[in-house]
Write a protein that binds this ligand. Sequence first.
Ligand SMILES: O=C(O)c1ccccc1N[C@@H]1O[C@H](COP(=O)(O)O)[C@@H](O)[C@H]1O
Length: 205
Amino acid sequence: MARTRVKICGITRSEDALNAVTAGCDAIGLVFYPPSPRHVSLEQAREIVSSLPPYVSVVGLFVNPDAEFVTKAVDYVGLTCLQFHGDESPEFCNQFETSWYKAIRVQASTNLYDCVKDYQEASALLLDTYKAGVPGGTGETFNWSLIPDDLTKPIILAGGLEPSNVASAIEQVRPYAVDVSGGVEAEKAIKSNEKMIAFVNEVLK
Ligand SMILES: O=C(O)c1ccccc1N[C@@H]1O[C@H](COP(=O)(O)O)[C@@H](O)[C@H]1O
């Protein structure tokens, strides 16, 4: 069985990006959502990406963006994948030539089979915690038993993951990948090298 991939999201500094890659992550995430404390400008993002070694995926995170902005970010920054974390429709997500996936904020009433059907062109579904009024990055887990084990899309598990719970999350959900932001921070928007190493080690053990 393939190993679980790791994305570390909300990178705001080149040194954090390099530490994340050295720790063993497969992808970094850059937040293009101005209200987030982890928001980066296109210039900051381009500088971070220019410091990366080869073979690292660069995911742009958007919340209800303008299509023109997404296209500009792909070209200017060199994004390899798009994460839509708002209320974007399948039609909106599909208009880009870049690989994309959709974040679903899961609550008891969420029908994940319908989400798979609705977003059939997505390369994966990212499952995050539902919290009213907050699009993501809540630092809170959700009830993983709400995830059926026969979904026909790769699942990226997110929401409140940290070194102490990621191994049990993987054991229970068997996701394609895990995604972490707040759980490996030293302070808001600043990553902890120790926590990133601990997180990846827990995934790989
Ligand atoms: O990180 C943010 O500020 C953010 C803002 C808006 C939407 C999503 C955001 N982050 C993503 O949320 C999940 C879970 O994060 P956490 O590990 O619970 O902090 C993850 O995909 C983040 O990239």
